[in-house]
Design a protein around this ligand. Structure first.
Ligand code: AMP
Length: 400
């Protein structure tokens, strides 16, 4: 962060969209913990922090009478926890703009924090409304964006607000810096060989990612349901597996492009199949292009998992997005587990391993392997778009 925060009132966009239980206790404070270094840095330099965030989707879940369910979606639920974590005064403004927010921001002393009410109480937030963003901007003297998870949205508090600060008065927060640095390290001049692993449900969701991987990957390993659209394209029998027949052409074109680019694409030789999409399904292992009628491929098979793991272990850079199977069900979690362990083993041998942009993050967390890979992104959709090579509006707004 290249700003001296002394005596500045830093307007910080954080991602405090944390899960809450029925009594509004925070059930997972990862997102708050991730934002603490940035806030602490600002306070330690003698600045104050005005925090803004969204929480849930209040405008999609209105009360029966059409009003906002403030009790459920207020950021006030987070104040006590923030006080405990930051060990300083945390004030709360029950509106993110307007008189009381202006007054509380003006009265804020160095070392103190003001948390603003949910920015998504205003329809203007997601619309990226200029006038609303200007009111937010007026609360601070500098702007810091540390909400990587929403950087792909051109919302008022994530993007438009930055237009009201010049280059010397806005910057990324530490979390955002870390996300950008790690993804850039993986994509630009990565140590070779580079292996990109992708899975999940749909070719249509991941085709842009696959095409981008062609720019720098040596190997692309494809697992998850999306593999079966490739097998279908190659005239294999895929039984009842989840496929997108309308993407056959896309799949064949991708394979052609990969061949021309000299990138090795590896599909799973075998599959763990179930007779239904359920945790208690009957299970059998078959070749992935010979799945019997009424059976569906729900995980990569043991031979495929061994092959994928072998390639990963020999790689210097690994980017992994998307689970290898229906990892939420133990009977179909083994492929994802083996890939995760291979990533951990490669990391131990010195490879750079980055997991991000989807459910693979949940898988790595579930397996308690998050600390054994080089970097786990908090980004979800934002990381997926970053890896696809798109320019994220939240990043662009700081850089320009
Ligand atoms: P995505 O959000 O596209 O990364 O997809 C993740 C979801 O894909 C997870 O919920 C997995 O359960 C699901 N998935 C992975 N493999 C399969 C498969 N072979 N059949 C059906 N769903 C799958």
């Amino acid at each position: 962060m290249n700003i001296n925060f002394k005596d500045q009132k830093a307007l910080v966009r954080v991602d405090f969209n944390v899960p809450l239980d029925k009594q509004y206790n925070i059930t997972d404070d990862t997102r708050i913990r991730e934002a603490l270094p940035t806030i602490q840095h600002i306070l330690a330099q003698g600045g104050s922090a005005i925090l803004m965030s969204h929480l849930g989707r209040p405008l999609e879940k209105l009360n029966a009478d059409g009003t906002i369910n403030k009790e459920k979606f207020t950021l006030n639920h987070l104040v006590k926890h923030l006080k405990k974590k930051l060990k300083t005064k945390v004030h709360f403004a029950d509106d993110c703009i307007g008189k009381s927010a202006v007054k509380k921001a003006a009265a804020l002393k160095p070392g103190e924090v003001l948390l603003l009410e949910n920015t998504r109480f205003y329809v203007e937030e997601e619309k990226g409304d200029e006038a609303f963003a200007k009111k937010l901007a007026a609360l601070g003297t500098v702007y810091v964006n540390d909400a990587f998870g929403t950087a792909h949205r051109a919302h008022a508090s994530t993007t438009v607000v930055a237009h009201f600060f010049d280059k010397d008065h806005k910057c990324f927060g530490m979390l955002m810096d870390r996300e950008i640095a790690n993804a850039t390290r993986a994509m630009k001049n990565p140590a070779k060989p580079v292996t990109c692993v992708t899975g999940g449900s749909k070719v249509s969701d991941k085709i842009m990612l696959l095409e981008k991987f062609l720019d720098y990957a040596d190997n692309i390993l494809i697992g998850g349901a999306m593999a079966y659209t490739f097998f279908l394209a190659k005239k294999g029998a895929v039984g009842n597996s989840l496929v997108e027949p309308e993407k056959i052409k896309t799949a064949l074109e991708f394979l052609k492009k990969a061949k021309a680019a000299g990138v090795k694409v590896v599909l799973p030789k075998d599959s763990v199949c179930g007779d239904k999409f359920a945790a208690d399904a009957q299970v059998q292992i078959t070749n992935s292009n010979q799945i019997p009628n009424n059976w569906m491929g729900l995980d990569i098979g043991p031979a495929a998992a061994r092959q994928f793991a072998g390639i990963i272990r020999k790689s210097q850079t690994i980017i992994w997005n998307g689970p290898m199977g229906v990892f939420e069900m133990p009977a179909f979690a083994e492929g994802t587990k083996i890939v995760a362990k291979a990533c951990a083993a490669a990391t131990k041998k010195g490879a750079f391993t980055m997991v991000g942009g989807g459910d693979s993050v949940a898988a790595v967390n579930q397996l308690k392997l998050a600390k054994k890979v080089s970097f786990v992104s908090t980004g979800g959709g934002a990381m997926l778009e970053f890896l696809e090579g798109k320019e994220l509006p939240g990043i662009k707004a700081i850089a320009e």
